[in-house]
Design a protein around this ligand. Sequence first.
Ligand code: FE2
Length: 304
Amino acid sequence: MSEASDSAAIPQDIQQLMTSVAKSEGRLAPYGVSEHLAPRIEELSLVEPLAHFQEYGYAVIEDVAPPEDMDALREVIHRIADASAGPGKGELAPYLLGLDPAIDRIATAPKLLAFAEVSVGNGMRASQFLGSIKRQSAADAPDTGGAAGIHADQNWMPAPFPEHNCVVTFCVPCEGMTAEGGATRVIPGSHIHRRHPTPSESAGDSIAIEVDKGSVAVWDGSVWHGSGQRTIPGTRTVLHATYQRLYTQPIDDYTYLLQDDDYMSSAPEAMRGLLGADLFFGTATREHMVDLRKFGMSSLRSKL
Ligand SMILES: [Fe+2]
């Protein structure tokens, strides 16, 4: 078979990825934008938030979804949290991907996927999709004076963390979030240390990430952050949507969705990739070694 017919057999989207890898010689820098992705980053107005993210370890992405999508998401999170039989009843809605179109729509929102690709790579996987509901602290609750439970999200990884980020978390506040409403707090620039905070660093100055309804906060797996106290009535309803670099083990296991033909036939197109359908891990059997096509795809995507 000639080289020309070989390349003709490769789908155009894969050829674009190959061109991007050739352009960077397989050495795309941390925070680097692949050639194939650059026009989409411009179109989606992500240049500025990505620059902020690189400098401070977090960012706000504006206008990710219309208000009605946020209302639908809020309704789903409250419904599932209220129906929970676990200790998080009324406060936590775990393991959400694939349960409702409102969840999957946000999980595959173009702005989030493009941003996540820059942070954790083209072959990223869906990791954890968790809803949480925060209410006003009791009047006699101790004032935490800032952020509680400061940590880096890569907290099951040894330090120093890899220069190429492995975990990116999007915080989708259905009602928006303000400092007094219990917004997540972050220590800007702390991601450059690429390690867990010490106890004294955990008490450092943090700022609230304030976000309008329809916009989304995002932070790097290395940045130190924690929760803020809600001092006003009402709720802060958040979807925490986490994505991981392809070689790391996701928190939630959503691979069962790949076996559900009804679900897959109507799921957003990006879902197959997020569920790791084209990765080679676990593809060897007693009869044959790993799926070589998937091995090739994984090797390609790991460089983007
Ligand atoms: Fe966190």
